[in-house]
Design a protein around this ligand. Structure first.
Ligand code: ADP
Ligand code: MG
Length: 693
């Protein structure tokens, strides 16, 4: 029996015939005629009509034919319900798939067999920053994968294409702006009707966050494990009843028990009474406050005194109630002992600094005083608070010669700049009342994080005063010796002036001669005047001021003073003054004193006559002027030479032994040098260099 309905109808829609299948499926077809849905609108049409009609829940394909010349039509109704349903389902599914593709927070990607991009979904567009039309047809691997992954993923792709499914493979893709996103992929091969592979559908999940979280977890897990396993820290977890819930093996150090023996026990069962009560007190704090608590305390464990730090943190339940406390106990005995030792040492050091008669101060990197000792207060006359405040900075500082000392010449500044110890910088400090304290300052750079330079200051005001006194007395002594020589210088012109006056009173003398004589007398008196000036000049104490001076003038002034004694001793003074330039900046009186010292020493050494040669030259490369006093005297014993500059070293019956030591101080104050060469029986040379102007 034909399962498909067959009908024969006329133009009016009357059903002339129907087969059993038609009757079965359309029971009212004969009665309804053309009003039946399968016949409706049928006759308006021409020729062969193919139509798909839905009747009830079934679909029919309705080819129909006019039987020629009879005005009758045959209709064959082929049930296509199954096909239709399949199609519909497909359509639905397609729509569903499409919307899925569009909205799913899942990467969907279709590649052809060569790996070219066929399709990708909006989520992938959003994630990658590429639009489909930008990448369609491009190679997936070149476009989306970081270089180092190309080969591995291409191999995976080949496997997938060959129907070996890959699932859960995670690999990064590169976004348009260069980020890496980690994607977990699930692949499925796409096939055509003949079962040939036509491409690959890959779905993927962005797992970047997860991956990061995993990494962090791994890291923190590792850290946690390292923390707990760290042998030196003892970890305990206590519940509200102060029972040990968990602990680590290091904890046995405190208790002498293994972790297994401690878990489940109360604090009081594990520790000594004293230790337990301390612990309970600390735990109470945390249970009550719900906050972290840190304490460092001393514990007696057996016969040992231990310092421990205990760090307690609350463990809270979902209602924020503290249900347990995690304690980490660390043995800090060594640290404590070291701290104690350090404090002890500091105390000792401080006592030493406190009683030291020299001033000690320490500056930090910003040149701020961070430590001073009492002696420095005494020396400077500024209180400790004042020094910390920087009161000393408003004072003026002087060089040894009395000129202002600029800040870059301070011992401390030089020590920091030159990174070496700077010793014995003589520094004058002008106090607020104008008086001067003379100090000797040494500074040593140090390399502690907060210390920069240590400064030691000693008060040499007294020493300097006595030196000044000595210089003065030495000068007076010298004056005594050459004043007798000068007396001749003065006497001679006075004798001639006396003679002139006699001549002036003589009537025999002509008016013309008188004029001549008067002129000569004035000249002689002028000579006396200048000699006296020179003498007075020398006798006057020095003002300590450096001025521009000509070394040749200083030498000739000196010669005037010793000339007479020299000629009395049959000593020739020869000068060779070649220095050019010959200007320097000194206190002329001080340098003159040096030259007189040297000249007198030379005269003393040539009791039987000889020659004193004084020569100068300019040392261009050093910009120094050199002066040499060379005599042909008795010379100096080799063994005495190292001692010559010692104060009070003398070989003379009525010597003071101060001349050379004073000379050295003066020359070195001007940053000059003095040294002596001598051969016994042959003579002595004294060389001096001084900075030229
Ligand atoms: P003083 O002249 O009072 O002895 P100085 O300090 O001037 O003190 O000299 C110290 C010593 O150096 C002298 O006593 C002498 O022995 C030696 N001296 C210095 N200059 C000479 C010299 N030109 N020739 C020989 N000896 C000298
Ligand atoms: Mg002398």
């Amino acid at each position: 029996m034909n399962p498909n309905p067959v009908l024969e109808v006329n133009r009016k829609g009357k059903v002339l015939y129907c087969n059993p299948a038609a009757l079965k499926q359309f029971p009212d077809i004969i009665k309804k005629g053309s009003a039946h849905p399968i016949l409706k609108g049928f006759f308006n049409e021409q020729g062969k009509i193919e139509n798909e009609v839905r009747i009830g829940d079934r679909w029919y394909y309705r080819p129909s034919y006019f039987v020629r010349g009879k005005d009758i039509k045959h209709i064959y109704c082929i049930d296509i319900t199954d096909r239709k349903k399949a199609e519909e389902k497909l359509r639905d599914e397609h729509g569903y798939l499409q919307s899925l593709l569009n909205t799913a927070q899942t990467i969907m990607l279709i590649l052809d067999t060569r790996g070219k991009i066929v399709d990708l979904n909006p989520y992938m567009e959003e994630l990658s920053g590429y639009r489909l039309d930008e990448v369609k047809g491009k190679d997936w691997f070149d476009t989306f994968l970081p270089g180092h992954d190309h080969k591995r993923i291409r191999d995976l792709f080949k496997k997938a294409i060959n129907n070996i499914q890959t699932r859960g493979n995670v690999n990064p893709i590169l976004t348009k702006d260069g980020h890496e996103i980690y994607v977990e992929w699930h692949d499925k091969t796409l096939k055509d009707n003949n079962g040939r592979t036509i491409g690959l559908l890959a779905t993927g999940q962005d797992v970047t966050e997860r991956k990061k979280a995993e990494e962090q977890l791994r890291e923190s897990e590792g850290r946690y494990r390292a923390l707990v396993e760290n042998a030196s820290d003892q970890v305990f977890m206590f519940d509200e009843k102060y029972k040990i819930v968990s602990t680590n093996s290091a904890a046995s150090m405190l208790s002498g028990k293994k972790p297994d023996e401690m878990i489940g026990k109360y604090i009081s069962e594990i520790f000594s009474k004293e230790t337990a009560s301390k612990n309970i007190k600390n735990l109470e704090v945390v249970f009550k406050s719900g906050r972290n608590y840190y304490v460092e305390e001393e514990l007696i464990i057996g016969a040992n005194k231990l310092y421990v730090s205990t760090s307690l943190s609350p463990v809270k339940n979902s209602e924020s109630k503290t249900t347990a406390v995690l304690g980490v106990v660390r043995d800090i005995t060594k640290r404590k002992n070291a701290e104690e030792e350090l404090r002890e040492r500091e105390r000792k050091l401080k006592t030493i600094f406190d009683v030291l008669p020299v001033g000690v101060s320490i500056l930090d990197a910003k040149r701020k005083i961070i430590y001073v000792n009492p002696a420095l207060e005494r020396i400077t006359g500024i209180s400790m608070e004042g020094l910390f405040r920087g009161d000393h900075k408003s004072r003026k500082y002087l060089r040894p010669d009395g000129t202002p000392m600029p800040a870059e010449e301070y011992a401390s500044a030089r020590a920091v700049k030159e990174q070496r110890a700077i010793y014995n910088i003589e520094t004058g400090v002008v106090k607020e009342d104008g008086s001067i304290i003379w100090t000797d300052v040494s500074a040593v750079p140090v390399k502690f994080p907060d210390w920069k330079v240590v400064i030691v200051t000693s008060d040499i005001t007294k020493r300097r005063r006595s030196e000044e006194e000595l210089q003065k007395s030495e000068r007076y002594r010298m004056m005594g010796t050459f004043i007798s020589g000068i007396a001749h210088e003065i006497r001679n012109p006075l004798v001639s002036v006396k003679g002139f006056f006699q001549l002036l009173n003589d009537r025999e003398t002509s008016e013309k001669d008188k004029q001549e004589i008067a002129k000569l007398a004035v000249d002689e008196i002028k000579r006396v005047e200048s000699l006296l000036d020179n003498l007075l000049n020398f006798a006057k104490p020095s003002k300590g001021e450096s001025i521009d001076s000509d070394i040749h003038k200083l030498i000739s002034d000196c010669i005037i003073l010793v000339k007479h004694d020299a000629s009395n001793q049959r000593i020739k003074i020869i000068t060779q003054l070649d220095a050019d330039p010959s200007q320097l900046r000194v206190d002329p009186k001080q340098v003159q004193q040096v030259f007189l010292n040297l000249s007198m020493n030379a005269l003393d050494a040539m009791k039987n006559g000889g020659t004193l040669r004084i020569s100068t030259s300019y040392l261009k490369d050093q910009n120094m002027i050199s002066v040499t006093f060379r005599d042909t005297g008795c010379g100096i014993k080799q063994e005495y030479i190292p001692r010559l500059f010692e104060p009070f070293f003398t070989t003379k019956e009525n010597g003071t032994g101060l001349g050379l030591s004073i000379s050295q101080r003066i020359i070195e104050n001007y940053k000059g040098k003095i040294n002596i060469e001598s051969k016994e029986g042959k003579g002595t040379s004294v060389h001096i260099t001084l900075p030229a102007l």
